[in-house]
Design a protein around this ligand. Structure first.
Ligand SMILES: *Cc1c(COP(=O)(O)O)cnc(C)c1O
Length: 385
């Protein structure tokens, strides 16, 4: 059975050995725009491509504002800061996510709380979130959400669109609104994914994207803060550029600020990749169709497909085995035979730096951790039928 799977994957990615999990492809204007950076001398964060890239992201996602940053982790850190997260606060997220989500919360001086996954979306379970808040939280006289057990303020909630699949974001926002908690969407993996025809990352107060080397488009390294709030967008731009007050020659900074702005060199690649994004999504969804058809014949393996009401970019395709043992056998076999596959991430609550954090019951997250494997999902170099 395993051999049959690998043989099939090799037909999707011919002439590639080993077959990577997700490799970037550069088939557009990347070199041309990069040369332009060198020729004009605009290599740092001043330059036309930063603006063009941000504009392209706004046009594509429907977000009113977009602020480019050096990576997705710092985009999330700044977004949380703008949502009011302070030292000693608590921030809700999910146990099954990439470590960057929880790290960004930590970098704000806050503690994460881990909610279980929803098996339909792979993201945060709205039911478990509601249950946790009803059981543990009260609004104080200032209208802040207080965790009764710790006495701390819960300022924000970070649902993650896992492997590109949209979470039930409208439900999560509805619940958070009741408890006066801001929603900051981690859409690092879901550029190109829609929930009820609206782009992921544009539902919450703020959202973030990542353009790391393995994401659906890449800038080498990069990230983006999304928001429809003009004041927040201006602040985001301000504190990611050392909080310098614009002036012809004076250096004056009115608060602590970061050096987090994306450079023109990275943005040039990103702008070229944005021209290709519709093609990338189309080709990735073609690969998924092929996988879906192929895996339908296996009774013991479930191939994950996009949740109801969603249009997914299928960043990483996922198969779910019967148990951890079969999962490990497949991981061993595939990685030893030229096909890169990966288990889903170790749950955040198991990592040493987060092991004392609060969490809900994590039955679904453990289910997925034991059984889930990501299989090769790169954008193919050529159209497939
Ligand atoms: C990639 C990723 C990030 C962080 O992005 P970087 O650009 O690598 O810093 C954050 N959250 C999730 C879920 C991610 O997959």
């Amino acid at each position: 059975m395993f051999k049959e799977i690998l043989d099939f994957i090799k037909t999707l990615y011919p002439n590639t050995n080993p077959i990577p999990l997700h490799a970037p492809i550069f088939i557009g204007n990347e070199k041309k725009y990069l040369n332009n950076c060198i020729d004009t001398g605009f290599v740092s964060y001043l330059g036309e491509y930063v603006n063009k890239f941000e504009e392209a992201i706004c046009n594509y996602t429907g977000s009113k504002y977009a602020i480019a940053t050096v990576n997705g982790t710092c985009a999330l850190q700044v977004a949380l800061e703008l949502a009011g997260v302070n030292q000693g606060d608590e921030v809700i997220t999910q146990a099954l996510t990439f470590v960057a989500t929880a790290n960004a919360i930590h970098f704000c001086g806050a503690e994460p709380i881990f909610i279980d996954s929803d098996l339909q979306t792979l993201g945060m379970s709205a039911e478990k979130l509601e249950e946790f808040l009803q059981l543990n939280c009260r609004l104080n006289n200032n209208g802040q959400c207080i965790n009764i057990k710790t006495g701390r303020i819960i300022k924000a909630c970070v649902p993650v669109h896992i492997f590109g699949h949209p979470v039930h974001i409208d439900r999560i926002i509805e619940i958070c609104n009741k408890f006066h908690i801001h929603v900051v969407e981690d859409a690092a993996e879901s550029l190109g994914s829609l929930y009820k025809n609206q782009h992921t990352g544009t539902f919450g107060l703020l959202g973030i994207l990542s353009f790391n080397g393995n994401k659906i488009i890449t800038t080498g390294g990069g990230g983006m803060i999304l928001t429809n709030d003009e004041t927040l967008s201006r602040l985001a731009r301000h504190i990611t550029t050392t909080a310098k007050i614009p002036h012809q020659w004076e250096f004056y900074h009115d608060r602590h600020g970061y050096n987090y702005r994306l450079t023109n060199v990275n943005a040039a690649i990103g702008y070229a990749q944005m021209e290709l994004l519709p093609l990338f999504v189309e080709r990735k969804r073609r690969i998924t169709e092929k996988y879906k058809e192929f895996f339908s014949k296996f009774e013991n393996i479930k191939f994950f497909t996009e949740p109801f009401n969603s249009y997914s970019n299928y960043w990483l395709n996922l198969v779910i085995f019967r148990n951890r043992e079969e999962r490990n056998q497949f991981l061993n076999f595939s990685n030893n035979n030229g096909v890169m596959t990966r288990p889903v991430w170790t749950l955040m609550n198991k990592l040493p730096m987060f092991q004392n954090c609060q969490s809900t019951n994590l039955d679904n997250a453990y289910f997925l951790e034991d059984r889930g494997v990501n299989i090769p999902s790169s954008v193919p170099l050529f159209d497939i039928e």
